[in-house]
Design a protein. Structure first.
Length: 287
């Protein structure tokens, strides 16, 4: 999931969620990785991480709780532990992720955020998970909508400001007549997309393969995939282009986590083996 380069909009911050004190550490500090940190991080002892809720199983909260959970959250906490830093999470609307980092309000993005070539002009990425886009709907639409062509003329709810918007529009142009394209509407969260479908205001949505797998685990038999996955791409941890010291320290921490099994332990915790990477690559996306 990737924000498009929308104009800077007003940042809507949920109060910064400082979820460190009551949570267990994942590992002891990795001295070699921590030594790569710029001095400012060693002095502050903090790592400011920006996310955009909610997209289970990557980042989410459960009903009635403010505790952050998810693959991205656990991975970020483990990275911070390896670097001897306290993670502090800021939640923003998805289109504000890039401005949040390039203006220095946050240190890094980790939130199902795709590495794209056009982003690499502003950001460096460490690719840590492989994904792809799929259309999906509630099971009651399965007889009517069997493939991408079945969505022609239908309304598709898509996360605001993400690359899913342009991907859905492009698929529609490739399979539908010009007078019966997809009606793509932008709505912030997955929960709202599902509500739109259940209320009849939309007939489908777009999600990453990992998100659909999570729905099947938690609500088996309630949703189905429409057509085949498209736009394979890596999710990346993103840094402001000049912040190579932090980037390299995080990469070293991740390599240590890969070597000792911590990375795969977190992957398996969320049943995400389908997207696990063999190695962590900087700016691996070529399109």
């Amino acid at each position: 999931m990737t924000p498009t380069l929308n104009p800077l909009r007003r940042v809507t911050l949920v109060a910064a969620m400082l979820m460190t004190a009551a949570l267990p550490s994942f590992a002891e500090t990795d001295p070699a990785a921590a030594a790569l940190l710029p001095e400012a991080y060693k002095t502050s002892g903090k790592l400011n991480i920006v996310i955009s809720l909610a997209y289970p199983p990557m980042e989410y909260t459960e009903a009635g709780s403010e505790e952050l959970k998810g693959f991205d959250i656990d991975l970020a906490r483990a990275i911070a532990d390896r670097l001897g830093l306290a993670p502090e999470f800021q939640n923003v609307e998805f289109p504000q992720l890039i401005p949040q980092v390039v203006t220095g309000r946050s240190d890094m993005i980790i939130t199902a955020f795709s590495d794209k070539v056009e982003r690499q002009a502003q950001l460096d990425f460490i690719d840590y998970f492989n994904t792809g886009n799929v259309f999906y709907s509630t099971i009651d639409h399965q007889a009517e909508i069997t493939d991408e062509k079945g969505l022609c003329g239908k309304t598709i709810a898509v996360a605001t400001g993400t690359s899913w918007v342009t991907w859905a529009e492009e698929v529609g142009k490739s399979v539908c007549p010009a007078d019966n394209l997809y009606n793509v509407i932008q709505i912030p969260t997955q929960a709202e997309h599902i509500m739109q479908i259940k209320q009849g205001r939309a007939q489908a949505s777009v999600i990453g393969v990992e998100g659909l797998a999570d729905l099947e685990i938690n609500e088996p038999g309630q949703y189905y995939q429409i057509g085949v996955p498209g736009d394979p791409n890596p999710y990346g941890i993103a840094f402001e282009k000049s912040n190579t010291g932090l980037r390299d320290a995080v990469l070293a921490a991740l390599n240590g986590m890969k070597a000792d099994g911590t990375y795969m332990e977190i992957v398996d915790r969320y049943h995400l083996g389908v997207g696990a990477v063999e190695e962590f690559v900087i700016n691996g996306a070529k399109e």
